[in-house]
Structures are given as C-alpha cells and as structure tokens.
Ligand binder design. Sequence first.
Ligand code: FE2
Ligand code: FE2
Length: 204
Amino acid sequence: MTDTPISLEPVPLAHDDWSYVKKRSMDDYEAADWAIWQPQRKVYFEENKVDHILRMLECQKDDPSFIYTTNNYYHCLQTATRMYRANCSEEDVVVGLLHDIGFVACNETHGEFAAALMRPFVSERNHWMLVHHAVFQQFHCHDLDGCDRHARDRWQGHPHFAWTAEFVEKYDQCTLSHDEEILPIAAFVPMVQRVFSKPPNLPY
Ligand SMILES: [Fe+2]
Ligand SMILES: [Fe+2]
C-alpha cells in the first residue's frame, strides 16, 4: 500500500560537531536551545543557499521543450551569456541567469517568484524588472490571439520601464533557440555566490 505510514531516522546534521535540539515544537525551545539554533542556522544558510538555488535551475537541464528548440535551463544560460558578453553588471547577469527559475513550476507568477528569491540581494531596478518582465514580453508577441501587446504601457514613465523593456528585448524574447554558443553554468557560479553573499537588504 502506498499510504502505509513510515518511520524515520534522525536526519544527519550538516557538521559532525553540531548538536541536535530534540524537541518537537519551537514553543518548547529555551535560551540554551536558541543559543545552538542561531549559529548553526547561520552557517547552514551560508553554506547551502547558493547550492539550493543552482539545484533548482539544474534540475531543469534535461527537461523537454513545449515548442522551442531549447528548454528553460538553456534559455536562462543563453540570457546570462548574452548579458555577460554585453558587459552587463555582475548583478544583472545573475538576475538574467535566474529570471525564469520558476517558469515551469509557477508559470503564471514566475516573475514574482524570481523577484522574491533575489529581492534581499538585488536593486529595486532589478526587482521591479523581474516582477514585470512577463507583461513586457507580450510586446514582442505579434499576432497572438488574446495577447495585449501594449499591456506594458500602463507603466509608461516608471523609472524602471526602460530597463525592463531593454532586458526583455535584448536578452529574453530573443534567446529561445539552441543554435547559439552559451557559457556553462560553472562560469556563473562564482557570480551567483558573490551576489547572494552580500548583506541582505532587510527588512522591506
Ligand atoms: Fe519569464
Ligand atoms: Fe525568459
């Protein structure tokens, strides 16, 4: 039966010299427990955040396509490669690499997904661009039934309109084909590490 309950063993700690707090609820944590929780949690995120992010992207590497001759993984790499070769800033390149990281899992809100992922570590300019890039992409969808090409016009005059339009035109709507040399993801890993190592811009 697939609904047979299973028993679990304790999940190993990330470091041999770390300690468990074997309590079921945070309600039960005492000062001595939090004193362990805080430093171990800090190191855990420092050591695992970027790896998790890259795994979220890399798990899409062998995905099939629904029409393009490339998939979302290679589209993201193509976007980042173009931005790198255009001498965009390191933050912009990383934003390009991750702009569609949630495209398949949450297609309808994937811009907000990427924006939330990167918000503490990127500029307001890039956060706004990520949230709105999908609507701006509609401008490039000619002769598509039901698509309002000018939906982006509601933000005419916004300080980040031009950057969002430029990103979509130069690096997003035009990177849908396999036949363009791209840099491997390894080329971008140090950049991702540096961007996500910045002090988070919190609270917001
Ligand atoms: Fe997108
Ligand atoms: Fe995209």
